[in-house]
Design a protein around this ligand. Structure first.
Ligand code: SIN
Length: 184
């Protein structure tokens, strides 16, 4: 009897933060999409990318938000590349994020199972909610090995505008930072 060949499926990664505009890995396809019942918030501290341990920056994570949709971009990674890409991303997202599987609705109407990097409240870098002006003020001065925190915020805002899915929370923080910078 011939042995049946096992063909590994392609993997999908759902990006909602820096992975939207800084995809430093090979992919077969990129398509906007959303995940349901999650919201994107600047509630995660960054001590290794957009801040340092003495002065953490703020980056996005996902929070439970029944009824909300979090838009981002889904990347299709070939089965052959997936183990290498996942190892690279596990390293890049090591500051508190864990991989989890989520259903992703692609803009083309197809649902796929995606992997998302999620920083939960339990991780040591989690900062939690704060007033928009406080978040903007922290972002205005933070910088880390990947660059300034303000660049992260404005790149995220532009990337969401580019897929025509502006996010109220991101826009609120970006507007708060713009007014802070105007007043200086
Ligand atoms: C993501 O981009 O999907 C994860 C969070 C981040 O690195 O900003």
């Amino acid at each position: 009897m011939a042995a049946s060949a096992h063909i590994a499926p392609n993997a999908w990664i759902f990006a909602y933060g820096s992975l939207i505009w800084r995809a430093d890995f090979p992919f077969e396809a990129r398509e906007p999409g959303f995940i349901s019942d999650f919201g994107r918030r600047f509630w995660q501290g960054s001590t290794d990318h957009r801040g340092v341990p003495e002065a953490p920056g703020r980056v996005v994570t996902l929070v439970d938000a029944p009824g909300e949709s979090c838009w981002g971009v889904a990347y299709c990674i070939s089965a052959a590349q997936a183990p290498i890409v996942m190892a690279q991303l596990d390293f890049r997202e090591k500051g508190g994020y864990q991989r989890r599987a989520v259903p992703v609705m692609l803009a083309s109407g197809i649902e796929v199972e995606g992997l998302v990097y999620h920083a939960t409240k339990e991780n040591p870098n989690y900062l939690g909610p704060a007033r928009p002006a406080e978040i903007a003020s922290q972002i205005s001065t933070a910088r880390g090995p990947s660059g300034t925190n303000r660049e992260y915020l404005f790149n995220l805002e532009s990337a969401l505008n580019a897929i025509r899915q502006p996010d109220d929370h991101v826009s609120e923080i970006a507007n708060a930072l713009r007014s802070l910078e105007q007043d200086r």
